[in-house]
Design a protein around this ligand. Structure first.
Ligand code: GDP
Ligand code: ADP
Length: 204
């Protein structure tokens, strides 16, 4: 049986650049992990594709999946549900492949409780002024929604200490590189417990 894959969780406040960083990571083809597409009740934005950006579903469908235990985690975020379908994650990890989640902080906390072996990475903004500017620049939310999101951001940033790593998303290229290095480093730690490597590496 294949060794179970590693779960990688990227979280952080809305607008910090999680989606941008995730897309940049997956545009580079030199990685071997699978992105878990989230499910949401939010309306698709212009250009978003069902089954690529998210699985867009109705509130009743989402609640049905929660009731049937089909979500690894979920959160209500600014009036909409967001969550990770459980089956894809388990099947992919069982097949020996790594799975990458990009989720908000409440969901990350639930995953940490269920799968503490995962690697938890917090993406943090250089500062709050820059965070607000990024959400405004993106132009996808009205001012009332932006204020709601900023209100949550401070509480979200306080959870940083619960993570294995914090990466500052100042320069996108640097942040992407740091995340890829973290994942590589974690793999090395895992492979070091293999008996056949112990001889090569000596006393660990
Ligand atoms: N808990 C949880 N959060 C998610 C999931 N998918 C996306 N999110 C988060 O939900 C929040 C809102 O997402 P979205 O409406 O797409 O806005 P954006 O990430 O700010 O572009 C973001 O913080 C996402 O990272 C998920 O499956 N579970
Ligand atoms: N390193 C960065 N420097 C400047 N702007 C960035 C950076 N990373 C992301 N952004 C911008 O910030 C905004 C929010 O990014 P997004 O990926 O949607 O955040 P999140 O998924 O965390 O909500 C977008 O307009 C994006 O282009």
């Amino acid at each position: 049986m294949a060794k179970r894959g590693m779960l990688i969780v990227l979280s952080g406040p809305s607008g910090v650049g999680k989606g941008t960083v995730r897309k940049a990571i997956f545009e580079q083809k030199d990685n071997d992990f699978q992105y878990s597409i989230s499910m949401t009740t939010r309306q698709p934005r212009n250009g978003e594709v069902n089954g690529e950006d998210y699985f867009f579903v109705s509130k009743s469908d989402f609640e049905d999946k929660i009731a049937h235990g089909q979500m690894l985690e979920y959160a209500k975020y600014v009036d909409n549900y967001y969550g990770t379908p459980l089956q894809y994650v388990n099947q992919t990890l069982d097949s020996g492949k790594d799975v990458f989640l990009e989720i908000e902080v409440n969901g990350a906390r639930q995953v940490r409780e269920k799968m503490p072996d995962g690697v938890f990475i917090f993406l943090t903004p250089p500062d709050l002024v820059e965070l607000k500017q990024r959400i405004i620049n993106r132009g996808t939310e009205d001012m009332a929604t932006i204020d709601k999101r900023m209100g949550k951001a401070v509480d979200e940033i306080k959870t940083m200490r619960d993570y294995d790593y914090a990466v500052v998303n100042d320069d996108l290229v640097v942040a992407v590189d740091e995340i890829k290095n973290i994942i590589k480093g974690e793999h090395l730690r895992v492979t070091r417990v293999y008996p056949e490597y112990q001889e090569m590496l000596g006393e660990l």
